[in-house]
Design a binder for this molecule. Sequence first.
Ligand code: SPV
Ligand code: MN
Length: 623
Amino acid sequence: MPEDYSELLQAQLSGKNYQKLMQLPNPKLHRFIAEAIELCTPDSVFICTDAAEDVEYIRKKAVESGEETPLATEGHTVHFDGYHDQARDRANTRYLAPPAMELGTNLNTIDKEEGLAEIRNYLKGIMAGRQMLVCFFCLGPAGSVFSVLGVQITDSFYVAHSDDLLYRSGFEQFKALVDSEEFFRVLHSAGELKNGVSAQVDKRRIYIDINDNIVYSVNTQYAGNTVGFKKLSLRLAIRKAEREGWLAEHMLVMGAHGPGGRTTYFTGAFPSFCGKTSTAMIPGETIVGDDIAYLRKKNDQVFAANVESGIFGIAADVNPDDDPITWNAITTPGEVIFSNVLIADEVPYWLGDGREHPGQGTNYSGQWCRGKKDDQGNEIPPAHKNARYTIRLSVLGNLDQHANDPEGVPVGGIIYGGRDSDTWVPVQQSFDWAHGIVTMGASLESETTAATLGRAGVRTFQPMSNLDFVSIPLGRYVQNHLDFVKDLQHPPFIFAVNYFIKGEDGRYLTGMNDKRVWIKWMELRVHDDVGVVRTPTGFIPNYQDLKRLFKEVLNTDYTPQTYTGHFMLRIPENLKKLDRMEHIYRTQVSGTPQILFELLAGQRKRLLEAQRKHGSYVPPEKF
Ligand code: SPV
Ligand code: MN
């Protein structure tokens, strides 16, 4: 390949598209595009600038190509992914690992040469007869210390359209990136399509070149596998963050509104399907972001920025009662892409939407009617559990006024929460940063859900809710968190929440809306406005404070019995959790920091002491 790619690009691009690209005089960018053209051999190439007409072209083509279908409400479309392409494909998402690279035992890797050869083979000539789209984005607010630029190449108008809703435009930003090599690159092809969906799912591969900051994705459409700036680039960002001393996290960012008109910002890490988006959307509070955050330090404080500018959210359980703001955003005119919902008479339906579902329509299985079975004889539900909606954050009335602030927002607290039916109390605060990182963040577990392929309901290890995306040895990732605040006088407070704790009868102990109270309590804690009860696992709320907050926020009477049920310390379950963590960090994680074991041992000692004094199940009034 020649060093100067302009000749090749000039030959392959129409005059107009060539001129657009030449506004970005970055040799590395030119090379990436030229090599992608040589490999994928598209019929034509479309360079998407930030201009409204270019974005409109993508939107229009998404419908014309059949990847999206317009719905009754203006601006709404639906996209279907293949029956077996409904979630992130963990098994086929791999890091391309050069032989000498130390990646630890937790990462799914493939030898770089072998992986590249395989994926290049799949990509060879794959865009023949199609148009290649080249789109530019800025991760994080524009013109800020957080900004990371990225280019996505794809042959899917749906993917490019989703990108446009989810990320800030980056073409103008790229103009200044003349000789920098520091940007993320994504090359995606949906591959052969049958009835509009990727036909060769057995050849679905998502390979990540962590040295070169390139993501390859082929034979898939599901956005989690194809919209490269979501989790695929999060993996690149984690490595960049490690090099540069900041954190890239699977976190929401929100403003909680406290007394006297103050706003206290929180970030929150929850595995998929554990209430992350609904926490970011708590009525009365404001949203900065719902999925990926970059955290940096400045002036003795931690600041966070949302990497994205839209939401690829789970439709299930969005209904007027449980999530009125999202409900409103996705049922009124405006740009919304639904995916894998049920469509009947051009109206989308999803699980838990609070409506009567029609008995037939179109869903991810094609023509659907109630009782339809899959190959295994299982009944196909009206909509997939992982059906999604994609919107811009700017359509939300609760968007925080600092959502696009180049400075980010100052972080008062960090929340960790998983799907846990029997161990953690609904809300607690760690004793300090290290205790929170170790016993809450690094010890996060979750019962599996529908967001990834595989069996649901199994307890899995989900440190910082980021395990799927950690691209460095896990021990080092935990160490980076411990080190992050070393030079800070007042690091953010750390909290753990659990929206899924159940009673003996197997019923949830907390209501859907109780998180509205927990966030208010955490907000007050950040300012030391309420006291606490000290338990072996952390600080929990006082009954009187919760009684007042439940009345103020939800207008309900919070009884002492409910409080006891919520905050009963379950010592055997907590001890078992410590066993699991010690085992995992000793036997499955390389380079675990010693302090992790020390802090787990301290927690065990406190729990055993409490057990000796008070028995296995300790009501909060004993502490
Ligand atoms: C998640 O599953 O955590 C998501 C959606 O946010 S995905 O893009 O698939 O990662
Ligand atoms: Mn996510």
